[in-house]
Design a protein around this ligand. Sequence first.
Ligand code: COA
Length: 152
Amino acid sequence: MIIRQMNVSDLEEVARIEKVSNPEPWTYADFEDSLAKEDGTILMLTAVDEVSNQIFGYLVLYTASGESEIVTIAVAPDFRRRGIAESLIEEVLDISQKSSLYIEEINLEVRFSNEPARKLYEKCGFEIVGQRPNFYHNPKEDAILMKRIVNA
Ligand code: COA
């Protein structure tokens, strides 16, 4: 598996995985719009098989003034529990050390009942910093706010 920048040819499969993974999914057009904004504030990564080019998962991160937010992350159902999401998050941390993308902290929201994601973030060093009542719809649910300090 390799992790590389997302490109337009990934989007059909990325949007398909998003649809089966997220109750309020980003659409193809949402990914396409973000990909078109090349202003350095958006990092879009895809985890793929380097031989077949099969897409396993992806992550989208927004950054402004050193504060980043994971806006979407998902792994295709058949490929979960193989460390792919963890690798995507590690890649973000790696990029922030090696490139001009300066990240002080990463924030995110996660559904209260989303145990796999909450466990993933805990394993990756995120801590709970708050709870936002009824943040999500379909179904209505609180958001847990999590943060990881990257470069203090
Ligand atoms: N139950 C409990 N812990 C889980 C878990 C599960 N189903 N899935 C992941 N974890 C935790 C574990 O601590 C795991 O480490 P371990 O396997 O050594 O125990 C760690 O996360 C890393 O798991 P990883 O294999 O990297 O995660 P993944 O590639 O399966 O992807 C999600 C995790 C959450 C991205 C995936 O389940 C997914 O796409 N879910 C739907 C989309 C989603 O909820 N996105 C997050 C929105 S905030």
